[in-house]
Design a protein around this ligand. Structure first.
Ligand code: FES
Ligand code: FES
Length: 158
C-alpha cells in the first residue's frame, strides 16, 4: 500500500513518518513513536483508554487516522506533565484513582480537558464528562474523588 508522509507535533516535538492511509493515530503513537502510555482497550471507540489531546481537544485516538493528524499538535500522557507529574496525575495517585491502571491515561487526558472547560464541576458533571471512558476495575468512586481534588487544588484548595 502506498505510504503518505505526515508530520505531527507530538508532546512538543515534530515527528515525520511515512504511514499507510489506514493507520490509526493510536497505532502511530504507540508503534511508530513508541508512546505506549496511550492504551488500546477496544479499538472501536467505546472505552476511551486511547484518549489524547489533538489540537486542544480530548479525542479517542482510535477514531482518527494518522493522516488526519498531519500538521496537528498531539499531547499524550507522556507529555502532559512536561517531565513531572501533572497535577491531575498527582491527584489520581493521592486519591487511589487507579487499580490496574489500564484506563488511567485515557481518564487523565479526558479529565484535564474536563477541568479546562469546567473548573468547578459537580460530581455529576464529572461522571457525565467521563461517560466515554470505561474502567473495567470499576474504580469510578476514587476517579471522581481524584478529579474533584485536582479541581480544588487548581482553585487554590478552596
Ligand atoms: S481503544 Fe479507543 S476507545 Fe477504546
Ligand atoms: S483501573 Fe483498571 S481499568 Fe480502570
Amino acid at each position: 500500500m502506498q505510504k503518505i508522509p505526515i508530520t505531527v507535533e507530538v508532546n512538543g516535538r515534530k515527528a515525520s513518518r511515512e504511514v499507510e492511509p489506514r493507520l490509526l493515530l493510536v497505532h502511530f503513537l504507540r508503534e511508530a513513536l513508541g508512546l505506549t502510555g496511550t492504551k488500546i482497550g477496544c479499538d472501536t471507540s467505546q472505552c476511551g483508554s486511547c484518549t489524547v489531546h489533538l489540537d486542544g481537544m480530548a479525542v479517542k485516538s482510535c477514531t482518527v487516522l494518522a493522516v488526519q493528524a498531519n500538521g496537528s499538535q498531539v499531547t499524550t500522557i507522556e507529555g502532559l506533565g512536561n517531565g513531572e507529574l501533572h497535577p491531575m496525575q498527582q491527584a489520581f495517585w493521592d486519591n487511589h484513582g487507579l487499580q490496574c491502571g489500564y484506563c488511567t491515561p485515557g481518564m487523565i487526558m479526558t479529565a484535564t480537558k474536563l477541568l479546562e472547560e469546567n473548573p468547578n464541576p459537580s460530581d455529576e458533571e464529572i461522571r457525565d464528562g467521563l461517560e466515554g471512558n470505561l474502567c473495567r476495575c470499576t474504580g469510578y468512586e476514587n476517579i471522581v474523588k481524584a478529579i474533584r481534588a485536582a479541581a480544588e487544588t487548581a482553585r487554590g484548595g478552596s
